[in-house]
Design a protein around this ligand. Structure first.
Ligand SMILES: Cc1ncc(COP(=O)(O)O)c(C=O)c1O
Length: 437
């Protein structure tokens, strides 16, 4: 039988070796849809197999089908990092298997979660005393906030800009709410003067660091308007929130102290593996009104004194996610997190300069953090072909989007192993493939 003592060293060695060699693998999985499934048996084995068989098939069967988010030249969507302290903590969390359905089923997990959310609030310059807890993803965090807003306001309309993440629309649909889209300006920020009448609005969602171009909505003005109309303000800082650990980026959090709820994903730019989405609110009682369903089989004598985070969340069973974030915060400290953010922004700034200086290429949106939106001048079709060509090379992986009706390429920096050489290589590959079009 498999045991940690006997099989653990090989698994740890696999993980360590993987991180050492991931940069040599093709960053985007070079497989066709269905290919990996076709390599796998149709049924589970009848008899137990050794763990070594799992490791062998990870190499021989699955690895070809892995797109390597840990690769130094992963530049697509939002690049993320799973750091070594957090990887080890995930192992320990699985060993403990704490299930925080109630405070008493997981006191350490519940209380550590409160502590790390306070620590991160302090690191990011959020107000003291907010209630914070962890959800799996920003999609769930935003869903929870919008449901709380609907119940608190008795209204059912969600208002967000045309640059808001699709999770806002999805949350409105799940919650049976209506949604209205507000246009954005030429820098892709919500047009506050187009917010219109908010008297039937449950929540306005402002984004700090939009998905396509990392634009920052004018939160102070949005807060004024939402406040005057009695609407809830939810701030989606899923990507850019982590950058607030550096004072020089705090301009982007102006007005966020007036939000009713804020989401920041630790699993985006805070060295923590998916999933770990941080949700704070100044109105915990409204969350508890929305989610505090405690049946007889979960009622305990300490119910009112002992905080059960499941009463603030759409889910009951909650895993020990705080452990990996605690490991990151302790093993990197404020200075380590700042170095990670500053390093990413410096590399993006360098890439932006190369594009700006190169005839035939153009920048497509102001760069706010570590994402550069750019394209070949001219038509969309060559840009679409260019994206496919560079990704097919396996040397880099970038993504695209549409801004102002034009197709643009995005280079997102956030992987901790990315160096200037990797960004230079990306630029070389892009120019090489553009020349070959
Ligand atoms: C601004 C923003 N909000 C929300 C999300 C959704 O994040 P998750 O995948 O954690 O649901 C993203 C994902 O990239 C995002 O960019």
């Amino acid at each position: 039988m498999t045991s940690l003592r006997d099989d653990g060293p090989a698994a740890l060695e696999w993980a360590a070796r993987y991180l050492e060699r991931v940069g040599e693998l093709p960053v985007l999985a070079q497989v066709e849809p269905g290919e990996i499934r076709a390599r796998l048996p149709r049924t589970a084995p009848n008899q137990p197999e050794p763990f070594s068989a799992v490791l062998r098939d990870l190499d021989e069967v699955l690895l070809d089908g892995v797109t390597h988010w840990q690769h130094p030249r992963y530049f697509a969507y939002f690049a993320t990092s799973s750091s070594e302290p957090a990887i080890l903590a995930e192992l320990l969390a699985a060993a403990l298997n704490s299930v925080a359905i109630l405070w008493r089923t997981a006191p350490a997990s519940t209380e550590l979660e409160g502590v790390v959310l306070d620590w991160v609030a302090d690191l990011l310059g959020l107000p003291d005393g907010w209630h914070g807890h962890i959800e799996d993803t920003a999609s769930t965090s935003t869903l929870a906030a919008l449901i709380a807003a609907r119940i608190a306001t008795g209204r059912d309309l969600v208002v967000a800009s045309d640059q808001a993440h699709s999770s806002v629309e999805k949350a409105a649909r799940i919650g049976g709410m209506r949604s209205r889209v507000v246009p954005s300006d030429d820098e892709l920020r919500m047009c506050v003067d187009r917010l219109g009448d908010l008297s039937d609005t449950a929540a306005v969602v402002a984004t700090v660091g939009t998905t396509a171009a990392t634009a920052v909505d004018p939160v102070p003005e949005i807060a004024d308007t939402a406040d005057a109309a009695g609407a809830w303000l939810h701030v989606d800082a899923a990507y850019a929130g982590a950058a607030m650990v550096c004072e020089e980026n705090r301009w982007a959090f102006a007005g966020v102290d007036r939000a009713d709820s804020v989401v920041v994903n630790a699993h985006k730019w805070m060295l923590t593996p998916t999933d770990c989405s941080l949700l704070w609110t100044r109105r915990p009682d409204d969350f508890r009104r929305a989610f505090g369903v405690v049946p007889a089989y979960l009622r305990t004598p300490d119910h009112e004194d002992a905080l059960s985070l499941s009463e603030y969340s759409p889910v009951l069973g909650r895993r020990f996610r705080a452990l990996k974030l605690w490991a990151v915060l302790r093993c990197y400290g404020r200075s380590g997190l700042q170095a990670h953010i500053r390093g990413g922004i410096a590399l993006a700034t360098q890439f932006e300069q190369w594009v700006a200086d190169e005839p035939g290429w153009e920048l497509c949106a102001p760069r706010r953090f570590s994402v550069v939106c750019f394209r070949l001048e001219g038509r969309d079709a060559p840009n679409r072909s260019l994206l496919e060509r560079v990704n097919a090379s396996g040397e880099i992986f970038i993504s695209g989007t549409v801004l102002g009706g034009r197709y643009v390429l995005r280079l997102a920096i956030g992987q901790m192993s990315t160096t200037l050489d990797d960004v230079q290589l990306a630029w070389d590959v892009l120019r090489r493939e553009a020349a070959a079009l």
